[in-house]
Design a protein around this ligand. Structure first.
Ligand code: NDP
Ligand code: AKG
Ligand code: MG
Length: 417
């Protein structure tokens, strides 16, 4: 049925019900993308650790059947020189519902557009969910890292990531600038003859579906607040509109009411009766407040570019992007992936921290309802860190640590299960 994807025998598909709940068989087939760069180091370690956790948690009654699907450099090797994202990869990710990927390279300036962004857009994985959690013993640049406890909902389908860009001095850029000047009265393009032009679409629908998910998450997980992070003072009809549409949604769909005349709004959590405040903050102020007053923030809903910046910044506060997991989700499909990239200087050296991808897989197990295996991943991660047998990123900041390799850290985790 597929050209190059080999469907494992003995496994079954995860399926989705009408209410978007999952039917997860005991032997599910999970597609994975190995990833470029350090993907070849971390993905096999992730698989080994997750297989060990599942085997230990369920005594052999459950098992994941991993199915490699291709994107990035491995895809060009398998499908041909210019095939970076074969259609059958998208088909398989859709068909098998839950998947995981390693990082994929995107060149700066010219060259292919991001495959990571393409996967999110093609599959309409509109939520990028990135929890920021502190593990005891992890070295952090801040004094009280345990106060940083947030969950980022990054809008994943719009904003400047739509890739509508025209190179400076190209015919298209010149035409667009001409139209802006002639038809829209634009006078403020400082150097029109050499300006590249980028377009930033942000819609009400896109904002509402993201903010709705963030508020629902706050309700289910009994969180005290949802903060809309934006740069709406400068970009009024994109980032400012994100804020306004977010507040309007909270009022319309969740019955939130103005706090002290607004703009903050608040409503009672229907499950627990506690207050949930929906507030907003401008992105630059947010970036200093997460260092100075992190405990004031809980669930974060933000646009695509802000979410990208904020993810790495918050990850650094709890130990870095070596331990920063994530998921890309639509209502039905979920593709898990680390926050970090391919770290090319370390590729193939069995060196980097596999923690982000392992914790992304932990989110995947929880999403599948395999809570016992997910708990085992978390507890073995905690014990591994407390044993101080850690990869270079933690070892260089920890006193008395023993530095282990990428696969070595996976083994330390397994030894602690
Ligand atoms: N979702 C995805 O697939 C993503 C892909 N990318 C792509 O990755 C490529 C490289 O991007 P770059 O900007 O260098 O960002 P990276 O996230 O790949 O690396 C930046 C730095 O983060 C640290 N780091 C990254 N991964 C790990 C890890 N597993 N363990 C410990 N530390 C880690 C390293 O820090 P140090 O030098 O201090 O050791 C590294 O030099 C680009 O092509 C980019 O587009 C980027 C982000 C996400
Ligand atoms: O697509 C890329 O290469 C970068 C993506 C990224 O930085 C992210 O998803 O956080
Ligand atoms: Mg990023």
């Amino acid at each position: 049925m597929y050209q190059h994807i080999k469907v494992p025998e003995g496994g079954q598909k995860i399926t989705v019900n009408g209410d978007f709940s999952l039917n997860v068989p005991d032997q599910p087939i999970i597609p994975f993308i190995m990833g470029d760069g350090t993907g070849i180091d971390i993905t096999p370690v992730m698989i080994k650790v997750i297989d060990a956790a599942v085997a230990k948690a369920y005594g052999g009654s459950k098992k994941i059947h991993w199915m490699e699907v291709y994107a990035g450099e491995r895809s060009t090797a398998v499908y041909g020189p210019d095939v970076w994202l074969p259609p059958e990869t998208l088909d398989a990710v859709r068909e098998y519902v839950v998947s995981i990927k390693g990082p994929l390279t995107t060149p700066v300036g010219g060259g292919i557009r991001s495959l990571n962004v393409a996967l999110r857009q093609e599959l309409d994985l509109y939520v990028c969910l990135r929890p920021i959690q502190y593990f005891k013993g992890v070295p952090s640049p801040v004094r009280e890292p345990e106060k940083t406890n947030m969950v980022i909902f990054r809008e994943n389908s719009e904003d400047i990531y739509a890739g509508i860009e025209f190179e400076g001095e190209s015919e298209k850029a010149k035409r667009l600038i001409q139209i802006l000047q002639d038809e829209f009265g634009v006078k403020k393009i400082r150097f029109p003859s050499t300006s590249g032009i980028g377009i930033k679409p942000v819609s009400r629908e896109g904002t509402e579906r993201l903010v709705r998910k963030a508020i629902q998450y706050a309700i289910v997980n009994n969180k005290p607040s949802v903060t809309l992070v934006h740069k709406g003072n400068i970009m009024k009809f994109t980032e400012g509109a994100f804020r306004d549409w977010g507040y309007a949604l909270a009022q319309r769909e969740f019955g939130a009411e103005l706090v002290d005349g607004g703009p903050w709004v608040s409503f009672k959590n229907p499950r627990t009766g506690t207050d949930i405040i929906v507030k907003d903050v401008i992105a630059d102020a947010f970036l200093q407040q997460i260092l100075l007053r992190p405990a004031e923030y809980s669930v974060i809903a933000t646009l695509n570019l802000n979410g990208d910046y904020v993810s790495d910044a918050l990850a650094a506060q709890v130990g870095g992007i070596g331990i920063a997991p994530g998921a890309n989700m639509s209502d039905s499909i979920a593709m898990f992936e680390a926050t970090h990239g391919t770290a090319p200087k370390y590729a193939g050296k069995d060196y980097v921290n596999p923690g982000s991808e392992i914790l992304s897989a932990e989110m995947m197990l929880r999403h599948m309802g395999w809570v016992e295996a997910a708990d085992l991943v978390i507890s073995s991660m905690e014990k591994a860190i407390l044993s101080k047998k850690v990869t270079y990123d933690f070892a260089r900041l920890m006193e008395g640590a023993t530095q282990v390799s990428c696969s070595g850290f996976g083994q330390v985790m397994i030894d602690h299960m």
